[in-house]
Design a protein around this ligand. Structure first.
Ligand code: FA5
Length: 340
């Protein structure tokens, strides 16, 4: 019987390391040490042994049971630590691995172009001030010579805000009165800002776009000063000399009012796709500040004169970069934005 027990132990000890899961260990332990297990079956024959043999077999079988129990426990511990090692292998994070750099964002093409425009004007001694997106009916219209009865109110489809006579600024010209009242001549400022019009959107029209207003007031300011400032800024922006052409234009806040064109910087005036074969690009409205506007701003039109202009930045950026659809600017599509 002792031989049988030894054989049983060897077989069990040989098998235990191959058990893969806790359940396999429990099942196998039960099949050896359990009530109906192989060890119990062998020990059933003990009753036929002599008292001496009973004693030594009993001792041996107890020791054997202890060794096997320890081997089962050791295997259970082994399985648990193997599982931890496996998880560590899968979930381990090497904190020393260099972190992939997040791609840095960059300035929107409108912002980039605006920086260039601002730099050029600053070199000419202009100050840069910000416009207000929400303004009053008075500043947007009345203060710039567009009283309630004036048909020019219909030139810009306005977003009216409820109560208090507030509107979303339809033009940066809404800052003219603010500037005239808060500064004294000589005044040289540009005011970039976001403006809003209740317009149908298409490739060349947005309901939300950017304008840059310019205001210069001093003694003896003329159209020549306007032409010089605009020609200098556009030549800086396009990196080549452009010429300026003035045509008559109507804006209630200037007299005389003009439409400003510049010679196409891409074909030098010969005619191409961008200037629609005309050699000229329509750019903006401008003129000498209307006496009523100077007066409303607290300045004597007999002592001072000035010019004002307002151009759409979106359209200028489209020309500069050859963008064919204005809607790209507000789409936040990285495929578009990453090209600049
Ligand atoms: C004005 O807004 C005048 N305040 C400009 C001005 C200022 C004239 C000072 C005289 C003195 P106008 O409505 O034409 O003018 O708009 C000026 C520019 O804004 C246009 O030349 C165009 O480039 C741009 N613009 C106008 N409407 C839109 C639109 N829906 N989407 C994109 N750009 C527009």
């Amino acid at each position: 019987m002792i031989e049988t027990l030894k054989h049983l132990e060897q077989e069990a000890l040989a098998q235990i390391p191959n058990l893969k899961t806790e359940q396999e260990v429990y099942d196998f332990r039960n099949s050896v040490l359990g009530k109906n297990g192989s060890l119990t079956a062998v020990l059933k024959g003990i009753k036929d042994l002599s008292p001496e043999e009973k004693q030594s077999v009993g001792k041996i079988s107890n020791e054997l049971r202890d060794r096997l129990s320890a081997a089962f426990e050791a295997r259970l511990t082994g399985i648990a630590s193997e599982r931890v090692a496996e998880r560590v292998k899968i979930e381990f994070e090497d904190v020393t691995v260099p972190y992939p750099e997040k791609p840095l964002g960059k300035a929107h093409p409108i912002t980039r172009a605006l920086f260039e425009v601002e730099d050029s004007f600053k070199r000419m001694g202009f100050e840069v001030l910000e416009s207000k997106e929400v303004t009053t009916e008075y500043l947007n219209f009345d203060a710039v010579n567009v009283p309630a009865s004036h048909p020019a109110r219909d030139m810009q489809d306005t977003f009216w805000l409820e109560g208090k006579g507030n509107v979303l600024s339809t033009q940066t010209s809404s800052m003219q009165n603010v500037i005239l009242k808060s500064k004294s001549p000589p005044i040289r400022v540009i005011i970039p800002g976001r403006v809003f019009r209740n317009e149908d959107i298409d490739a060349t029209h947005e309901n939300t776009f950017y304008q840059v207003e310019g205001i210069v007031v001093d003694k003896g300011i003329s159209m020549a000063n306007l032409k010089y400032a605009i020609r200098t800024m556009l030549s800086d922006l396009f990196g080549r000399e452009v010429s300026i052409r003035l045509r008559p234009g109507y804006f209630p806040f200037v007299e005389p009012g003009v439409e400003v064109d510049f010679s196409c910087p891409f074909c030098s005036g010969e005619g191409c796709r961008i200037c629609k074969k005309s050699g000229w690009i329509e750019f903006m409205g401008a003129g000498l500040i209307h006496p009523n506007v100077l007066r409303e701003g607290g300045l004597d039109p007999d002592a001072y004169s000035g010019f004002a202009f307002g151009f759409g930045l979106n359209r200028l950026v489209m020309i500069k970069y050859g963008i064919t659809d204005m809607r790209h600017f507000q789409n936040a599509d990285v495929r578009f934005l990453s090209q600049f």
